[in-house]
Design a protein around this ligand. Structure first.
Ligand code: GYE
Length: 299
């Protein structure tokens, strides 16, 4: 055997693993940080020849990118599905082409058997539960408006489920803000008119919560006091709002796991067995965090 021939060594392009990565969009601070982490880790130095395509939150774009990856004959496909359903055909095509799939961040619901080799992401349901438990403990009588993420995405359905198992009876209204700041703002404007007695917003991500702050302030109310805000993600802007006492509680969802994705891709490409699931570990923060902590935040 010749050990030199199997080590990547950073030399000839032929040793690189060709990876097609379909990112769902650039809708949030979380997504931007996740994309940066992916691009910083899936590099030639790390043995990867990356083709990265942003679907701008449109499933049809994402399906097209996946088909292109099949046509290009990549070694591994990695993708973060914008919603859970609608992937049956393309996943079957990928399977027929015998290209292994590493599922990143969000989840799929499909009739295709064994549609992916491995999935890495956060426990969205637990994030919703953690948010709900904080509300139950600190504001048991809250009248809650739930600002939902992209409807039908794993992050939306599971956060809702976990949250409502704890404080579902207190939810008086809901609308989707599609995980963006702009839509979070307009959804909150409508909610302020429709539910004048709401006094707590559970936003499925920081960006929508930041949009809610703008709407609440424009209506002459104080975010964090008149209307409490609980969010998920914990990107720097979100934690800044927590230090500024405009957010009340933030459940972390850590987007920086590019290195773990590289490890999985290498093992999958080499045909090694990998865990079916890798859960990225999260924390949660309240208003006692410091400005220094926020300033040192890497995402
Ligand atoms: O929480 C949100 C992003 O799927 C975990 O997507 C991700 C979510 C994240 O738009 O900010």
């Amino acid at each position: 055997s010749d050990p030199a021939s199997t080590s990547g060594g950073g030399g000839g392009g032929d040793d690189l693993i060709k990876v097609g990565f379909s990112q769902l969009g650039a809708e949030s601070g979380w997504r931007t940080a996740n994309t940066e982490s992916v691009k910083a880790s899936l590099t030639k130095e790390n043995g990867i020849d990356l083709t990265f395509v942003d679907a701008q939150q449109k499933q049809e774009n994402q399906i097209k990118a996946l088909r292109d990856f099949v046509d290009q004959g990549v070694d591994v496909i990695a993708f973060s599905p914008v919603i859970e359903t609608g992937w049956d055909e393309v996943l079957q095509d990928i399977k027929d082409a015998e290209i292994p799939v590493v599922l990143v961040d969000r989840t799929v619901e499909t009739t295709v058997e064994d549609p992916f080799v491995t999935w890495i992401g956060a426990d969205f349901k637990q994030e919703g539960t953690t948010a709900g438990e904080w509300v139950k403990e600190n504001h048991p009588d809250a009248k809650i408006f739930e600002l939902q993420g992209t409807m039908g995405s794993g992050a939306q359905t599971d956060r809702q489920e976990g949250f409502r198992e704890v404080v579902g009876a207190n939810v008086i209204g809901e609308a989707s803000g599609n995980f963006t700041r702009a839509e979070g703002k307009t959804a909150t404007e409508a909610a302020l008119a429709a539910y004048p007695d709401m006094d707590l917003i559970f936003a499925h991500n920081d960006d929508m919560g930041l949009g809610a702050i703008e709407a609440i302030e424009a209506a002459g109310k104080k975010p964090g006091e008149d209307i409490k805000i609980v969010t998920v993600d914990g990107v720097r802007d979100g934690l800044q709002a927590l230090v500024d006492k405009k957010f009340n509680f933030v459940v972390e969802c850590n987007p920086v796991f590019g290195d773990q994705i590289v490890d999985l891709i290498k093992k999958v490409d080499a045909g090694e067995t990998v865990e079916k699931e890798t859960i990225v570990v999260d924390e949660a923060f309240d208003q006692t965090i410091t400005q220094e902590f926020v300033d040192a935040r890497s995402f």
